[in-house]
Design a protein around this ligand. Sequence first.
Ligand code: GLN
Length: 559
Amino acid sequence: MVRFIFVAGGVMSGIGKGVAVASIAKILKGKGFKVTAVKIDPYINVDAGTMNPIEHGEVFVTEDGDECDQDIGNYERFLDENIYRTNYITTGRVYQAVINRERNLEYEGRCVEVVPDIPNEVISRIQKAAYSQRNWDGSSESKIRNRAQRSAADFVLIEIGGTVGEYQNMLFLEAARMMRLQRPKNVLFILVSYLPIPSTMAGEMKTKPTQTAVRALNTAGIQPDIILARASVPLDEPRKRKISTFCSVLKEDVISAPDVKTIYEIPINFEKENLGNRILKKFNVRPKKNDLKDWRKLISRINRIKQTIKIGIVGKYFETGAFTLQDSYISVIEAIKHAAWFSNRNPEISWLSAENYEENPSNLKELNNFDAIIVPGGFGKRGVEGKIKTIEYCRNQKIPFLGLCYGLQLAVVEFARNVCGLKDAASTEFSPNTPYPVIDVMLEQQSLLKEKKYGGTMRLGAYKCKLKKGTRSWLAYGKQDIISERHRHRYEVNNDFREKLEKEGMIMAGVNPERNLVEIIELPHHPFFVATQFHPEFKSRPLTPHPLFREFIKAAIKK
Ligand code: GLN
């Protein structure tokens, strides 16, 4: 029997709802259940792929090539399982499906209405997600259906994006309400709320916004069963009592969720409040086991780490007015953390503006203050020359360097210009008339671009890569011949220039076997100079850091 747990947010956004969902999923998995998680984003965009990272944060990519919300990345990292396309729902997807069905006469002539047809589509998607987790292995549809029936999740967590009370997510709350009506014993509601401590009010923690959020949820016909009370510090007894009385939840179901040093501590904090068993009790289920052992070990190891390692990320998606946004590169940051912790270091990550190096190349000297540098993924012209200068500096000064996607492409451009002597070599993405298009748009992408078919059309998701024996990458991956990694790009290394690049010393350490596309480059005689066309960061997990990040950090420590 599948059980559904809806998680909505109150008071304001950005209070860690996604991490809370991931943590609950982790706890339930630790109690011996099959768990999956679904993210609902209320925007009209069909997926996150068409949004600027500064608007939306990182675009996370799944094995099956969905361009989705970064919370899916959190679910994967906490659950240590892959999440697939089925588990990402947007208003755009829901309406698109309903409209397509209407056009195909599948509603058999009746009037198609916002309610109940939209919530019904949401419900059917949530139900499907219960079966998705174990489906993905490329087997045929019919086979999948049979096997899927045998392998449904025990629990599906559904994170409803946005904040209760706003117009945007109303239809999703409506779907949740309808599901509860259909199966009252198998649906649970959790509200993640926020308790501010205004400094002007003698530092007292305020519960009123939470009360208001619960009222807003009540007007949608939903009463929360559990309230996760986010705040900078733990909740005290009077506050718990107050929320309990005014919001009609038992005191034991008001869970204190204070700020933490690392997000991976959250499942353990929730367990201190007995959250897992409270949830199971409401479903009348007993835990099968109690196992967060490895996780607890990791946390206590992290808390003992004394030494730090300084990593610079040279990018452009982190300035927003007076604030620095880290969300655009969240998987990169998490991958650095996993790898650093593995080597008993606390990472100290700095944001370095590529454009700054364009305007003031003399500032490149500051790169020497770091143990290693990453040039992450990106798009377009802005900041490109600064990134190329960064790469040149790292190559010459022997600073450990890891390039991710655009990072690989720009490393090839830099090498072509400064080592192969191909003046003005470039990628046709930012210099369409370059005499040396060492990075060029993939053939099948050209017509897509011409027809303005931008959404969901990049080379996306998992593809194989054959590693060259004896290379740094081959050793890092434990001498595997074939690996698989996730992609999101339109451009590639132009094979016409491969021989020239190799002749001058660039090593093509990984190549896609089906299409002969360069996937990894390395430079010899350098402490660490590796760049990948794929995004290794998406597959790094707290307990199993990604091999390339792991080796990159080791090189950084040596420096
Ligand atoms: N802009 C480059 C491309 O489309 C790289 C994309 C990326 O870094 N994800 O190929």
